[in-house]
Design a protein around this ligand. Structure first.
Ligand SMILES: *[C@@H]1O[C@H](CO)[C@@H](O)[C@H](O)[C@H]1NC(C)=O
Ligand SMILES: *[C@@H]1O[C@H](CO)[C@@H](O)[C@H](O)[C@H]1NC(C)=O
Ligand SMILES: *[C@@H]1O[C@H](CO)[C@@H](O)[C@H](O)[C@H]1NC(C)=O
Ligand SMILES: *[C@@H]1O[C@H](CO)[C@@H](O)[C@H](O)[C@H]1NC(C)=O
Ligand SMILES: *[C@@H]1O[C@H](CO)[C@@H](O)[C@H](O)[C@H]1NC(C)=O
Ligand SMILES: *[C@@H]1O[C@H](CO)[C@@H](O)[C@H](O)[C@H]1NC(C)=O
Length: 368
């Protein structure tokens, strides 16, 4: 399947070289991933934080516990429907103790979610980014989290151009989450960065990471290495594909981990955060320290439609399930899809039909 998909993708790009033009989401019936998996997604959203310098402000940290959770949003941007129709900013705290190793009160605050202007005069691009901040105060840890309004994502490809900076003792993360009161029933695919770790190490996990005896379940996690000498404090595109039966992690398009064990199965939320609870996993940040997840853009493809087989059958019946197939991979403009093929145009590209073998031979020939 992997090879077939790769060929299919390559063939589609090759055949439609002239037509693989930028298009709009409204013209896309579904999206095909470039990767070692044949998954079509039905929806796409792109959140661009790079040109919001006019909205940017770094709010001072709120030092009082009582004022922390209910702080106002830091910019009108977070009141706009572009934001509010997808995201919620968390204000929960951990006083009900969900994590056993936690040793510190942690309180999430909208005050720690803000647009920040790029302060560098020498390297002024991008103009701004989204920052999620966590800081250690004498009495507690103030933290940041944004969570999808919908808890009904079933399969996603998440991508963010992001970096993590700051003091040791924090975690920054991008993940899918399905809550359960019972730890063993939680479904979750995680990308986590621990600021205490070596700067080339990132953690990829299909939770729960501990088995029912409380021991580390080795099959659930992988310590992945950032490719090409990159560090997590460098800007890089972190990607997590939760597809049926497996989760795959990429950094700058290089696959860094793949886990089939405990792949989530049911509808879930999507979450980004920066936090610490003084526990063994996050580490204990020094008082006054702070760490940040900074995001230039975030992109999500979500909800699978039919897999290749159904797509193929649909086409044989003359009724392609996706009338037009797009991709956000290999686009000349990040965030905007390109059209791979659509009914009528490139219709001969029914997976096994017609002239595709010719194309494949050509592609193989060119690759050889
Ligand atoms: C694609 O996935 C299969 C397992 O499903 C694996 O054996 C193969 O090596 C992968 N190919 C690439 C190019 O990653
Ligand atoms: C956001 O909306 C709330 C509720 O309407 C309002 O109180 C607040 O002032 C707004 N904040 C900004 C920064 O626009
Ligand atoms: C933590 O949240 C609970 C409700 O979720 C609230 O009752 C409690 O006051 C909060 N504690 C702090 C310290 O903010
Ligand atoms: C994804 O698909 C499921 C099942 O069809 C649906 O219930 C859910 O609302 C969809 N999710 C989103 C975020 O649209
Ligand atoms: C949990 O993992 C440990 C270490 O691998 C193992 O000894 C133990 O039997 C496991 N417990 C269960 C319930 O699978
Ligand atoms: C993964 O990295 C952590 C440090 O973050 C380390 O404690 C652990 O031993 C590593 N696990 C493996 C299997 O290398």
């Amino acid at each position: 399947m992997g090879i077939l998909n790769l060929l299919l993708f390559t063939a589609a790009i090759a055949v439609n070289a002239q037509q693989a033009a930028l298009t709009e989401d409204s013209r896309c019936g579904c999206y095909l991933l470039k990767g070692n998996d044949t998954t079509y997604f039905s929806k796409h959203r792109f959140f661009d934080f790079r040109n919001h310098d006019h909205h940017a402000t770094v709010p001072p940290v709120i030092a009082e516990v009582k004022d922390t959770p209910n702080a106002p949003v830091t910019s009108p941007f977070f009141n706009s429907t572009d934001w509010t129709d997808f995201w919620m900013i968390s204000n929960w705290n951990n006083s009900h103790g969900t994590r056993q190793d936690s040793s510190l009160l942690m309180v999430n605050s909208p005050n720690n979610v803000y647009l920040e202007a790029n302060p560098s005069p020498t390297n002024p691009s991008p103009k701004s980014w989204l920052s999620l901040r966590t800081q250690r105060l004498p009495e507690f840890q103030t933290a940041a989290e944004i969570e999808s309004l919908s808890a009904k994502f079933k399969f996603v490809s998440l991508r963010m151009l992001a970096r993590t900076i700051g003091a040791q003792g924090a975690i920054t993360a991008m993940f899918t989450y399905r809550h359960s009161e019972e730890y063993s029933q939680v479904q979750e695919s995680d990308l986590e960065i621990r600021t205490s770790d070596p700067k080339n190490l990132i953690h990829c996990t299909n939770q729960p990471s501990l088995n029912s005896s409380g021991d580390v379940e080795a099959r659930a996690s992988k310590n992945a290495t950032m490719p090409d000498g990159l560090e997590w404090s460098d800007w890089a595109v972190h990607r997590l594909d939760w597809t049926p039966g497996r989760t795959t992690w990429y950094v700058d398009e290089v696959e860094v981990a793949r886990i089939e064990f405990q792949t989530p199965r049911e509808v879930s939320n999507v979450i980004l955060n920066a936090w610490s609870d003084g526990g063994e996993w996050t580490g204990d940040m020094e008082v006054g320290g702070s760490a940040y997840l900074q995001v230039q853009w975030f992109e999500i493809l979500y909800n699978t439609t039919e897999k290749l087989e159904e797509e193929r059958q649909g086409r044989e019946e003359g009724e392609g399930v996706c009338h037009s197939v797009c991709s956000v991979d290999g686009t000349p403009e990040v965030g905007r899809p390109v059209m791979l093929w659509s009914n009528g145009v490139g219709r001969g590209l029914g997976v096994f039909g017609g002239w595709v073998p010719v194309v494949m031979v050509t592609v193989l020939f060119l690759l050889a």
